[in-house]
Design a protein around this ligand. Sequence first.
Ligand code: SF4
Length: 418
Amino acid sequence: MGGATLTKETGPREVFCGLTSIVWLHRRMPDAFFLVVGSRTCAHLIQSAAGVMIFAEPRFGTAILEEKDLAGLADTHDELGRVVTNLLERRPEIRTLFLVGSCPSEVIKIDLARVAEKLNEQLKGNVRVLNYSGSGIETTFTQGEDGALKALVPFMPDNQVDQLLLVGTLANAVEDRLIKLFNRMGINNVASFPPRQSTDLPPVGPRTKVLLTQPYLTETARVLKDRGAEILHAPFPLGVQGSYDWMKAAAKAFNIEQSLFDSVLDPIVLRAEKALKPYKELLTGKKLFLLPESQLEIPLARFLNRECGMQIIEIGTPYLNREMMEAELQLLPENSVLVEGQHVEKQLDRVRQQQPDLVVCGMGLANPLEAEGISTKWSIELVFSPIHGIDQASDLAELFARPLNRKNILSKKLLTHA
Ligand code: SF4
């Protein structure tokens, strides 16, 4: 496992639930609708998480269920069917409807798969109804995407031709850029999953090679493997080195000549390293503590240590899939402290003891830590920002330099006013 030591920790957790991923998934697939079957708390969460981008016609909503006993359950199934029918009458442009489960006990009692099955019979293929869980008991916030993608995999058509499949939501501009680079190397059949339209699902088959763009897609990778696809193992495309190695894995799988690969990437690498330099100067030697939330923590720690010179105190991750993380773990510094799971109180004690320069954490923990004088970076910001690929390495570093710069400016102002 590289040079890292792993500890498992259990206890109170402070993470967003899987419902949160609806916020980026509904932007990716504008013909899909996400209907959360949940409580008022779920409705508040999804509204406030998505509140920054109110659309005239939102593509998510919450069917709020009140407490029901088991005897009232049949009514609940019918009630949900009625909500969906009304919604689809009002919104004929919806092509895929995700029923998203949550954690209140009245929701757990509902068989959402059965409700989806009945609706699919009724809708006769005009709209596809799928279900997955975004419950906070089972998922952390990025795992919602894993659940949604896993639900789509059975509907991907079969194919028997060589294909590179990029799996995981990327910003459209970043995705276009990466596909262009692969094309320039001679890898021409490149598809993305999730697609930009939910009905435009890419095919999959035994000659499909999968490059995961995100580290939290364990279940999706598993079902793609069941469809015959090969998962390419590589670091994730964060930073210059991670993105280079990630593209190299595809080039190797498609037998691309090293000289062609170099001719495409060398100028981009040089430019990216130059752009990274000022951030490296600011970040070198700074102490970083990553609390578990997004599962991006290990690739981020690798990037911030190797390419920005940061000193990593602790890397928290909600789950560790060793197989998928193998290439990343090999690149961590010797004696890295890796903690899987969370006991938030104990973790915060360690943060206070170590006094890091920067903590990557959830929004709920950021304010209290800032109040104690510790700079923070919200992990949720990293899933909304275009951070993948060699060209984006300096933007990624800038996200971490920003809170440190802000602190410097504020302390200078305080000194001048003292
Ligand atoms: S799914 Fe659970 S954790 Fe998430 S908002 Fe609803 S009640 Fe809260």
